[in-house]
Design a protein around this ligand. Structure first.
Ligand code: NAP
Ligand code: MN
Length: 257
């Protein structure tokens, strides 16, 4: 029998849906938050990000599916009123798998994975960052920071920075500037740069003090660190889809009308 976990946003509507799903599936599954085969995220895209990080060490054995309690998101295939459809999908056990590649960031002696993006940010004073692509110097960036996004994260922070939206499943990373300073003394690319999975981005700084390392919905300190390396990981988060869903429709619904 399938082991299922339901992780929900801390609001009434999400808890209510969790109870309903548990009731509807009680004869078809075992509830197991420690070692699930399937994780159901109930909430928003942010809730799905928390799910991925909660099970980051079990990505090889877990599938993810999302139910949205607000508007339709990018990691959630069902709206709240469609919960019965999701339950039928789970019972049918006939889904297709979408592998979403992650980014790997290496800093000091630590390594983390990101589904949306990795951000180096400082709102206190401008950062001076030397950016290398495969050991080759590209630029000395000055500004609030840099964002390296996945295909999946391209519709999130990356999009607010003017980065391109990427169709899901393309294995790449996109480097975008966060409020870069451009005038006759300081120059950096001032446009997004897309690299495939053969490349590595290295960001070097003499002083990361007050800067934060943002990894999806998490924030880490950069004390005593002066270098970060970012590349596409061979690890992926496996999303199960029980019905075909058009990405273009999602983009249109989210950003156009
Ligand atoms: P949050 O502040 O609630 O998220 C900001 C918005 O981003 C929410 O509407 C969230 O959707 C949406 N979002 C998350 N992943 C997305 C994706 N892949 N495509 C399209 N929209 C997405 O914080 P959070 O919910 O913990 O999510 C963290 C993420 O928020 C970060 O990874 C970053 O990409 C994004 N963010 C964006 C900005 C910005 O655009 N200026 C600023 C901060 C953070 P839900 O409401 O469904 O959760
Ligand atoms: Mn959110």
């Amino acid at each position: 029998m399938k082991r299922i976990a339901i992780i929900c946003r801390e609001d009434k509507a999400s808890y209510r849906l969790k109870d309903i799903i548990l009731r509807e599936l009680k004869n078809d599954m075992i509830y197991d938050e420690e070692h699930p085969d399937l994780v159901i995220s109930v909430g928003g895209d942010g809730t799905m990000l928390s799910c991925i990080h909660k099970y980051i060490n079990q990505l090889d054995s877990v599938y993810f599916v999302g139910l949205h309690t607000g508007t339709l998101g990018f990691y959630t295939d069902y709206r709240k009123e469609e919960y019965m459809e999701l339950i039928e999908g789970i019972k049918s056990d006939k889904g297709t798998v979408l592998e979403r590649y992650l980014l790997k960031v290496h800093y000091g002696d630590k390594e983390s994975l990101a589904l949306n993006e990795v951000r180096i940010e400082n709102n206190v004073h401008s950062l001076v960052l030397d950016v290398f692509i495969d050991e080759e110097h590209l630029e000395t960036f000055r500004g609030n920071g840099l964002c390296v996004s996945t295909d999946s994260g391209s519709t999130a922070y990356n999009r607010s920075l003017g980065g391109a939206i990427i169709y899901p499943g393309v294995k790449l990373m996109q480097l975008s500037e966060i409020a870069g300073i451009h005038h006759n003394a300081y120059r950096s690319l001032d446009s997004s740069l897309i690299l495939d999975d053969r490349h590595k981005i290295c960001v070097h700084s003499l002083n990361f003090s007050n800067a934060i390392l943002g990894i999806d919905n998490e924030v880490h300190e950069l004390k005593d660190i002066n270098q970060l390396e970012i590349e596409v990981s061979d690890k992926c988060a496996r999303f199960i889809q029980f019905k075909p869903l058009s990405f273009i429709k999602r983009v249109k619904r989210a950003f156009i009308k």
